[in-house]
Write a protein that binds this ligand. Structure first.
Ligand code: AMP
Length: 291
């Protein structure tokens, strides 16, 4: 199926597993390019769907999903207040060129009696996994279910959630799932703040400070580029800039980009700077590869 630039009218919306399976059976040999999301879509999601559209225009179909997955939220996190602007999200997906969207209910995804979950392994225990116990078990489980349902050839994920894409790469490799993962670059606001559905929780004054995370990442990267290899120096440069902007730094680390082990001493390639900081009650995440 080749579609021209007029994407707006015919996007299919599937709310049940049975309907999605029916669609999947009718799609034939075309490759599915899949973009899983939790909705509250922004231009960061847009870049993933548009990338999917480009790949699909050669030989495929773009399927997105919107599901706010309760099993990846901790008991005191924002599951209930997570924004769900469904109609607006559908308009965005049409505009970006999705062919179909899967929007299951909670009961559809986790019927009573669901008992099996996926252990994300050691990568799931550190960094975000340490601050949000159980988070990556929830992510790995729901993505496994979505991959089983959608059966894509390609899944597109954002570098914004660096640890998540690494764990999901491990998941599909270790469980022999026939899907290629593409990691798409982080889309940012003009001041460098990584776009996120949670940015809308920020007050105007908090929003004015939030660009400091990107500035801190750039500063550490610039030190690295000019030859600085001491992990503690890079980390304290980030820590200082982020805390000066009024944020509580949860971690600001230089880590091995495949194992996520924090460097102790000298940083060597492949390396990634990973930051989580709290601004009021909002947690902001960002990262930058050191190349
Ligand atoms: P979420 O809806 O937050 O679960 O995100 C769905 C997908 O969009 C994930 O693969 C995210 O990494 C990706 N994503 C979120 N924000 C951005 C961004 N600013 N730039 C690129 N990808 C993003």
């Amino acid at each position: 199926m080749y579609r021209s630039s007029k994407y707006d009218q015919s996007m299919k919306i599937y709310k049940t597993i049975a309907d999605l399976r029916g669609y999947r059976q009718s799609t034939g040999p075309e490759k599915i390019i899949f973009v899983p999301t939790m909705g509250a879509l922004h231009e960061g999601h847009g870049s993933l769907v548009q990338m999917a559209r480009k790949i699909a225009d050669i030989h495929g179909i773009v399927v997105a999903s919107i599901f706010v997955n309760p099993t990846q939220f901790g008991p005191h996190e924002d599951y209930h207040k997570y924004p769900r602007p469904l109609e607006l999200d559908m308009d965005h997906l049409r505009r970006w060129g999705a062919d179909a969207v899967f929007v299951p209910s909670l009961e559809e995804m986790y019927p009573d009696g669901s008992a099996i979950s996926i252990d994300p392994g050691p990568l799931g225990a550190v960094l975000e996994g340490a601050f949000r116990p159980g988070h990556f078990r929830g992510v790995a489980t729901v993505v496994t279910k979505l991959l089983n349902l959608v059966q894509p050839a390609v899944m597109i994920l954002g570098q914004k959630d660096f640890q998540q894409q690494l764990i999901l790469r491990r998941l599909v490799a270790d469980l022999n799932m026939p899907v290629e993962i593409i990691t798409a670059p982080t889309i940012r606001e003009p001041d460098g703040l990584a776009m996120s559905s949670r940015n809308r929780y920020l007050s105007a004054s908090q929003r004015a400070c939030a660009g400091a995370i990107y500035q801190a990442l750039c500063a550490a990267r610039d030190h690295y580029r000019s030859g600085q290899r001491d992990a503690a120096t890079l980390q304290s440069a980030m820590y200082t800039l982020i805390s000066k902007a009024g944020m509580e730094v949860q971690y600001a680390l230089a880590c091995h980009a495949e194992t996520l082990t924090a460097f102790n001493g000298l940083v060597s390639s492949p390396a990634v700077l990973l930051v989580a900081a709290r601004l009021g009650t909002t947690r902001l995440l960002d990262n930058m590869l050191l190349e």
